[in-house]
Design a protein around this ligand. Structure first.
Ligand code: CS2
Length: 496
């Protein structure tokens, strides 16, 4: 049966819920860099709720910095798409109309849009690797090809830092109010990190005056975002067609849970995102630490270990009795590093995470989470491990994750089948590993020597090194299944 393409709300004929507002009655006010599935399952949805409840000119201009596919699919649908929310027992659908249009891999058009005085907020989900900021110095990463090119030619930027600085400069010259820059990526102190990168970029191209002006005039609130969003599949499209009666090439699926915690510092207003459940606080850091260390840290652990023993989805890992014990161990170790947070019980948080990870309707691939380990593990595993060492807490769950990641970087399963390491530093890792495939200490040394990755104090600590090397040698000698069994058995013995 041929169905019409989803292009107008009037096309929808199924049970999907429609927006409670008329999209074209609202102008744009936000530019979002990185219109992937996560943005469409999270911020765009809360913006849709805010438009419905409070109106305002807050529709979103999406920017896809590198690829053209999402822009092509969404623009062909006037920005409309179906959001499927998959709970364990039922799936519901709604059509989202918050996105006005998407700019596809076009830096000049992006810069022009960023300079539009109607734009009052710039939000970002460009992944941990997409910022081009060196984590230790918090300065622009001159080893990043795009950042280096933008520093040489700041009038024609292509990367995040270059585009934002050029837009801030042009708006200032034109007498337009600065926009607020709101990072929505899983990075610690994401707003402050981005501010430091931007200010550093401005100082490099134009000296202290511009850098100080930005620091004084452009707000960079931090935010914590949370919604588990697997990559859409052909089944997502089939379900969207049932729910809308339309063909939807931009549909996505996600879990029912959604959380956004934001510092309320905006230069020129904001949508009333509270209508979609956003929480505004003075300081996001404690929430961010909780989420990065408990949810994301545990995700990385179960993704590497799970993938290595053949579990394709997170929900499969949660049914593995040994791994599910290690999941609980990780939650506990991470939560012991957190300061109490009023209104939040970390045991309840862990148990809610357990249910979310186990959701049978969510097909979240371990391989998806295993991507970009060098960008994710510092905040999820290495810095927490250092904190655990400094406070005499349990380091083993972090060492176990590090060892599993190192084994994953070898790009082969125990049965010899291969897969691709998706990481911006994959070539460096492969070179560092060389032909060594069996000596745990040598392999661990190679990883610990990678510049700017594992904090020096951790890399030099004997307890940490022994723990990582021990797990890695068991994994290499006995195989991944056995290593996980041994780890879980030790835990059971400790408990009895
Ligand atoms: C995951 C996150 O891919 C990953 O690394 O840990 O994308 C995670 O699903 C989200 O942060 C959940 O909010």
């Amino acid at each position: 049966m041929t169905r019409p393409r989803l292009t107008e709300l009037a096309d929808v004929s199924g049970p999907a819920r429609l927006p409670d507002y008329i999209p074209h009655d609202h102008g744009v006010g936000i530019i979002h860099l990185g219109v992937g599935s996560f943005h469409r399952a999270h911020q765009a949805v809360m913006t849709d709720d805010a438009l419905a409840s409070d109106g305002g000119d807050w529709r979103i201009v999406g920017v896809s910095l590198r690829t053209k596919d999402i822009a092509r699919d969404l623009n062909a649908q006037n920005g409309l798409y179906t959001l499927l929310e998959r709970a364990a027992t039922c799936t519901t659908a709604r059509v989202i109309a918050a996105i006005d249009h998407v700019i596809a891999a076009d830096p000049q058009a992006t810069l022009a849009a960023l300079c539009d005085p109607a734009i009052r907020i710039v939000t970002l989900t460009v992944t941990e690797a997409g910022y081009g900021i060196e984590r230790d110095s918090r300065l622009p990463d001159t080893g990043n090809v795009i950042v280096a090119a933008d520093l040489l030619n700041p009038a024609n930027p292509e990367g995040v830092l270059g585009l934002l600085v050029a837009a801030i400069v042009r708006r200032r010259e034109a007498g337009h109010k600065p926009f607020t820059v709101l990072s929505c990526d899983n990075l610690p102190e994401n707003g402050e990190l981005l501010r430091d990168g931007i200010v550093g970029f401005a100082r490099s191209i134009d000296g202290d005056e511009l850098a100080n002006w930005i620091a004084d005039n452009v707000p960079f609130p931090c935010s914590m975002v949370d919604r588990i969003t697997p990559s859409p599949t052909s089944e997502t499209r089939v379900e969207a067609a049932l729910q809308t009666g339309c063909e939807d090439k931009a549909t996505i699926e996600t879990e029912p849970f959604s959380q956004w915690i934001i510092e309320d510092r905006f230069s020129a207003g904001r949508p009333r995102w509270e209508a979609g459940g956003a929480l505004f606080v003075n300081d996001v850091k404690p929430y961010e630490r909780m989420k990065l260390m408990m949810l994301n840290g545990c995700h990385s652990m179960l993704a590497y270990a799970g993938y290595l023993v053949g579990w394709r989805f997170v929900r499969d890992v949660m049914r593995d009795t040994d791994l599910s014990l290690l999941v609980q161990r990780h939650f506990k170790a991470a939560s012991q590093l957190l300061q109490p947070l009023p209104g939040i019980d970390f045991n309840d948080y862990a148990s809610a995470l357990t249910d979310r990870f186990a959701n049978p309707a969510i097909a979240h691939e371990t391989y998806q989470i295993a991507t970009d380990g060098t960008q994710k593990l510092p905040q999820r595993i290495f810095h927490p491990a250092l904190e655990a060492l400094n406070t005499q807490q349990d380091i083993r769950p972090f060492a176990f994750t590090a060892a599993m990641w190192m084994r994953f970087c070898q790009q082969r399963l125990d049965d010899g089948s291969g897969y691709k390491l998706r990481d911006p530093r994959s070539e460096e890792i492969t070179t560092a590993l060389g032909s060594n495939t069996q000596d745990a200490v040598d392999i661990s040394n190679a990883f610990h020597r990678l510049p700017g990755l594992i904090p020096q104090k951790l890399a030099c600590n004997d307890r940490w090194r022994q723990s990582v090397d021990e797990v890695l040698s068991i994994v290499l000698d006995k195989g991944c299944v056995a290593a996980i069994r041994i780890e879980a058995d030790c835990l059971k013995t400790l408990r009895t």
